[in-house]
Design a protein around this ligand. Sequence first.
Ligand code: G4P
Length: 281
Amino acid sequence: MHFQWYPGHMTKAKRQMQEDMKLIDLVIELVDARIPLGSRNPDIDELGRNKARLILMNKADLADERQTKAWMAYFQEKGYFTVKLDARSKAGMKAISEEIMKACREKIERDRRRGIKNRPVRAMVVGIPNVGKSTFINTYAGKACAKTGNKPGVTKGKQWIKLNKNVELLDTPGILWPKFEDQEVGLHLALIGSIKDEILNIDELSLELIRILKEKYPGVLQKRYGVEEDQANAELLLGIAVNRNCVKKGNEADYSKAAAVVIDEFRGGNLGRITLEFPES
Ligand code: G4P
């Protein structure tokens, strides 16, 4: 996964997206349901002005269902159509097709008034890296042609993938850059694995995760690792190291290994379905 956003890349990617926007009726924006705001780049609102908008809350299988529902209401209130999703499974297809039709009702009616029949809705998938754009396109279009990865600014001949008789999708997703100037957003992106681990301090990251879990999901750490939660975060991490037998030479606790365990298990959904951002805050 690339995560170096040089200004040149951003400008190119943005210009490409502006061009692509001229071809489409609908923007299908993927966000990560665990951090629905942090995984968006609000620039898309400007880029997608005057287009129908659908937000897919992807990786909903990993997020807290109650919060996902609240976030969907939040986005709907702001005028977006929205569906929750696990892009790896075809199960969401029907709901998405229905929502696309609702989101594009105006366009479809306008066509009808002008005597244009059966002109498919044209759509484009956008989102920051790692939200599941390629997975979504592959699952829904069943083609390997979505394997463009995260290469901002790569231009190819435009190809349309037919989703069904009413909808065509641009085969290359639009890549937005994450906005991690905000510390909290940066932390959330790091926790879900959207920032390269090599540039992160895993020990610190795990302590932040422990802090959030203690506050928002009390009992989760106790249940998983048998640790008391009313102790300092570093002590708690030590408890996890003991529970998971993370030891270094000389029988010393290996904090970094324990830190990696908690983070991996969080990312893999082993700690349960957890959301890091809440619409009410
Ligand atoms: P991108 O194009 O937006 O950059 O994202 P991509 O589809 O490459 O997906 C990034 C990772 O997220 C992939 O995992 C993918 O399998 C996973 N993923 C996508 N959608 C979902 C979802 O709804 N739920 C869950 N749990 N995971 C999802 P990976 O580990 O990078 O690759 P792999 O394990 O699929 O090989």
